[in-house]
Design a protein around this ligand. Structure first.
Ligand code: RAM
Length: 353
């Protein structure tokens, strides 16, 4: 490698021009301005749904782990994205990554299809576009592959079962989601609705509301407060979003409704530990967000070394996690099923993510 360029601080780019960024992000500006692009540096961009969500910071930490194992001098890693998660809010960030000569863009898209043209432009410019944290159902032809946290077909049923167990398979419940366009949320919610309609075990449960907190803590809390006010007999809430579940727990706790209104969903153990210990949340699920970034960095490294291209059946080695294979649908599954957390294991995971 001719040149050493390390980008390993937690960089939150707040300007599309890449001019304003924190800490060692300044190194990136110097390199861009000096025009000393180095083709041997593997340049990875990760664009989350929005900044300020600890879930995506956890995912991002996996990129750092892999990069430090593989040799920081070989990589430039940029974590950049919009402040809010509207459907098209990421397009300018994708374009900026292409401008900056990214080798690979990992993106947790805010829409199933709003970015298709931008992805096509990026790929036409020779940049790999990888979905991460989720796929873009119906638009798979516009990305190269997708790193999935788990097999998404398992999530809706697992979440509904968890809710059912907590409310004894009976009563009214609601779903508190993220944004209305979120591909991952909508996929899981559709599975929950199908399961609810078709599985007789849930015949005595009624889904009374589906509300959106936009993955913003305040809006999520306001939606949760409205649910409590509107449905005094509400037995539970599924919030399949880490921001949503924590906000819902906080509201239920301050309303003195812990135990009466069960909260479950997908949460970060580090944020949920206090609520599990206070009895506000019995159990919830997630997976291992850092693994996704870790696998992503190894995948790009394998391609840079000429031993991988993202085609169905292709395999690559992801360090301590072993070998992964691209499935026929272009997905790579980090794990098969969600993991479950409760008082018995929360401390162990809370220190990790
Ligand atoms: C939130 C985001 C993310 C989802 C997790 C579970 O942080 O909505 O997309 O995967 O929750």
């Amino acid at each position: 490698m001719r040149r050493i360029l390390i980008m390993l601080s937690l960089i939150a780019m707040i300007s599309v021009s890449l001019a304003a960024c924190a800490g060692r992000g300044a190194e990136r500006d110097d390199a861009a301005q000096s025009g000393t692009e180095d083709d041997e540096i593997v340049r990875i961009y990760f664009i989350p749904k929005n900044l300020g969500n600890p879930y995506f910071q956890a995912l991002s930490s996996g990129f750092y782990d892999a990069i430090s194992e593989l040799g920081e001098e070989h990589f430039e890693y940029i974590y950049t994205g919009p402040e809010t998660a509207e459907a098209t809010s990421q397009s300018t960030y994708v374009r900026a990554a292409v401008e900056a000569k990214a080798d690979a863009i990992f993106i947790a898209a805010n829409s199933n299809d709003a970015l298709n043209d931008v992805f096509d432009e990026a790929r036409a410019a020779g940049v790999r576009v990888y979905s991460i944290n989720q796929d873009i159902p119906g638009s798979e032809a516009h990305r190269d592959a997708a790193i999935m946290p788990v097999n998404f077909d398992t999530v809706g049923a697992a979440q509904l079962k968890l809710m059912a167990e907590q409310i004894d398979y009976e009563g009214r419940f609601a779903i508190l989601s993220a944004t209305a366009d979120a591909p991952d949320q909508n996929f899981w919610i559709a599975s929950m609705q199908a399961e609810l309609a078709n599985n007789p075990a849930y015949a005595r449960m009624e889904l009374v509301a589906l509300v959106y907190g936009d993955d913003q803590a305040e809006k999520s809390a306001a939606e949760m407060e409205a649910l409590l006010a509107e449905y005094p007999d509400l037995k539970g809430v599924i919030a399949p979003t880490t921001i949503g579940i924590a906000a819902a727990c906080r509201v239920v706790q301050s309303a003195g409704a812990a135990g009466r209104v069960k909260v479950t969903g997908l949460g970060l153990p580090s944020e949920m530990a206090e609520f599990v210990k206070a009895g506000v949340c019995e159990s919830f699920q997630l997976w291992n967000p850092p693994y996704e970034g870790y696998i992503g960095a190894y995948m790009v490294w394998a391609e840079a070394n000429g031993v991988f291209s993202p085609d169905p059946g292709a395999k690559f080695s992801a360090g301590k996690l072993g070998e992964y294979t691209v499935l026929p649908n272009g997905q790579i599954l980090t794990l098969e099923m969600p993991m479950q957390y409760d008082a018995s294991n929360i401390d162990m995971y809370a220190v990790l993510f």
